[in-house]
Design a protein around this ligand. Structure first.
Ligand SMILES: [Zn+2]
Length: 133
């Protein structure tokens, strides 16, 4: 809310978007959209493959994160990985004797949700099975 002389992120994003409005460069358009969304604080949590995912995401699992990391999943060797609810659920479901703990700033009930969802999630849920569920 200061009186800074520099244009705001939104102003920059709008001017970039205006310049690119007639562009047929998909990547430039995508970048402009991204700038705009960022300026509006309305970025999608995760977009495509170039978005880093939480450590709990299996490399073969194509799904984007469902949000920021909110839990730690520990295996029986006490090796842990931070994960969003989605990937933590899948990781926990794939572990034998895995456990889940909320991170300090996790929303209420995140670990419980992961625990319950993992109970009804098939191990290695990202693997396409012929007759899977
Ligand atoms: Zn994730």
């Amino acid at each position: 809310m200061g009186a800074l002389p520099e244009p705001t992120d939104l102003q920059v994003a709008i001017s970039v978007a205006q310049q690119l409005l007639d562009s047929d460069q998909v990547l430039s358009l995508r970048e402009a959209l991204r700038l705009l969304l960022r300026a509006l604080d309305a970025e999608p949590v995760s977009t495509t493959v170039d978005t880093p995912r939480c450590p709990a995401a299996h490399p073969d699992d194509p799904d984007p994160c469902s949000g920021p990391p909110v839990v730690t999943v520990l295996d029986t060797h006490q090796v842990g990985a931070h994960g969003c609810e989605h990937h933590a659920t899948r990781l926990l479901a794939s572990l034998d004797g895995g456990r889940v703990y909320p991170l300090p700033d996790a929303p209420e009930g995140a670990a419980i949700r992961v625990f319950k969802a993992a109970a009804v999630t098939a191990p290695y849920a990202w693997v396409k099975r012929g007759a899977g569920q």
